[in-house]
Write a protein that binds this ligand. Structure first.
Ligand SMILES: [Zn+2]
Length: 483
């Protein structure tokens, strides 16, 4: 009896120790992330050249830790390489930024490289087990030509992720060749998705969406896809620990031309990770951290095979992506039209446009929906209950001198309902202007031609009370004035 009790106690203890050690591994990734984050890149737009210079210096710092192999070239001749970490039997292939404007995971890969370099001489159980059990194969930034213009497609204007069968892109050929040469056990297909996707009906941002792509229209589950499903469950659990409610499941429609679906069919358990939006995170640095934690813990779980005990139901219980999120919601606007007064909400999203005067991308906010939007949520909300909406005025004079622009009394302009000021000078020194004045400056002629229709209108409005007094001014989606 004593013996049995002792045996049970030992098993229980071993189990607790294992769990505890796994927790420590993830906690270390989360708590000490700043130690691993490669700080030279902290924005979605960066030069491919800078990126690979950083990788080269990481490879050099790592001694034998990271091995680089040249794979080939992009359509425009930019080199594409494979980076190998570890010597284990289980092969894990990861590729990022197949779509040139989806840069979040490429940044997380830098952090992963940095993590392994910092653990070069380390005897951590998890780290050793990853390096012993797995061979990690990375193709970071698969579409450097698209990346140069921050565009989805490659230089041939082909979506590489619809080229898995015809293989007309050099980038697609390279990916297919690597899959064929290495026959990886696991594949991680790393993308970015719209920041307006929500986690099902919860209306929280889908910061990460996961998919174990189907390999046929019937969406069958064989052993290969089964492992991908379990890996999605593992990744969701990992992220949920620190960001509860921010993980969704991506649409699982079979796409015969896509790489994820085909690589699944070619025998590699493939997981799609889509990086979405998060609060106060326009450059997706928090979502980058989620990628880092998720991938590192995925390697750990692949090495110790802990994913094998996870259940399929957990995967199908992950809420699917929905679109119940706006960048900005203006609630309870009172509208007066043809002697009728009624109440609407405005759903507003931004898109990024290159502003050549400022030499940078700016966010342009536009009304994309209106009516009763009470079932939606948003990153920012402005309630204008009791106030009447008016389309913002455009300052009648086009300003062409920067000196004159600097002297504009913008506070008086707001009080008079002006939301937009057109500037068409050569010089532009952003730092010399008040932050809110910057907001109302437009360097494009567009606002002049805008109609009185609210749908599609730029988010330039002022709101008045029953006395006609201006209480709030919204200029390009920002509340710039309130009284
Ligand atoms: Zn993509």
């Amino acid at each position: 009896m004593k013996k049995v009790f002792f045996l049970i106690a030992t098993i229980l203890l071993m189990h607790t120790v294992k769990t505890h050690s796994q927790l420590q591994f993830i906690d270390d990734l989360f708590i000490n992330y700043s130690k691993y984050k490669v700080e030279q890149i902290q924005q979605r737009r960066f030069e491919a050249k800078t990126y690979f210079q950083i990788i080269d210096s990481l490879v050099a710092a790592g001694g034998e830790m990271i091995l680089k192999t040249k794979l080939g070239k992009s359509f425009k001749g930019f080199p594409i390489s494979l980076y190998k970490i570890g010597n284990g039997k289980i092969k894990v292939l990861l590729w990022s930024q197949m779509h040139g404007d989806e840069a979040t995971a490429s940044q997380a890969i830098l952090d992963i490289f940095n993590f392994f370099i910092q653990h070069k001489n380390c005897t951590d159980k998890e780290c050793e087990s990853i390096l012993d059990q797995c061979t990690l194969l990375f193709i970071p930034l698969l579409n450097p030509d698209g990346m140069r213009k921050f565009e989805r497609r490659n230089f041939q204007e082909i979506d590489i992720n619809r080229d898995a069968l015809r293989l007309q892109t050099p980038e697609g050929k390279i990916l297919k060749q690597v899959q064929n040469d290495y026959k990886p056990d696991f594949g991680f297909n790393l993308h970015d998705q719209l920041t307006t996707y929500s986690v099902g009906k919860t209306r929280k941002p889908a910061s990460i969406s996961l998919l174990a792509p189907a390999f046929n229209h019937e969406k069958d589950i064989d052993d290969i896809r089964q492992r991908a499903i379990q890996m999605c469950v593992l990744i969701r659990e990992t992220i949920q620990k620190y960001y509860p409610g921010f993980v969704a499941r991506y649409d699982d429609e079979f796409e015969p031309r896509a790489f994820g679906d085909n690589i699944q069919a070619w025998g590699t358990s493939t997981i799609l990770i889509e990086s979405g939006g998060y609060f106060n995170d326009p450059e997706k640095q928090e979502v980058r951290k989620m990628n880092f934690i998720a991938l590192m813990n995925a390697f750990n779980s692949i090495a110790n095979r802990s994913y094998a005990s996870l259940h399929n139901e957990e995967y199908f219980n992950i809420p699917e992506n929905d679109k119940l999120l706006f960048h900005l919601l203006i609630k309870n606007c009172s509208v007066q039209k043809e002697n009728h007064t009624y109440t609407i909400d405005l759903g507003i999203n931004y898109s990024e446009r290159l502003d050549s005067t400022r030499n940078k991308y700016i966010e342009k906010y536009e009304v994309v929906d209106l009516g009763d939007l009470s079932t939606y949520a948003s990153y920012d909300t402005i309630d204008v209950k009791g106030l009447k909406i008016n389309i913002g005025n455009v300052y009648p004079e086009i300003v062409t001198s920067f000196e004159k622009l600097k002297k504009i009394d913008y506070e008086t302009l707001w009080a008079e309902g002006f939301t937009t000021l057109i500037y068409q000078g050569d010089k532009f020194f952003e730092e010399e202007l008040n932050v809110t004045l910057r907001q109302m400056i437009s360097t494009i002629k567009e606002p002049l031609r805008e109609s009185q229709k609210l749908l599609g209108h730029s988010a330039n409005f002022y709101f008045t009370d029953e006395m006609g007094i201006i209480k709030k001014v919204i200029s390009n989606g920002q509340l710039v004035f309130e009284q």
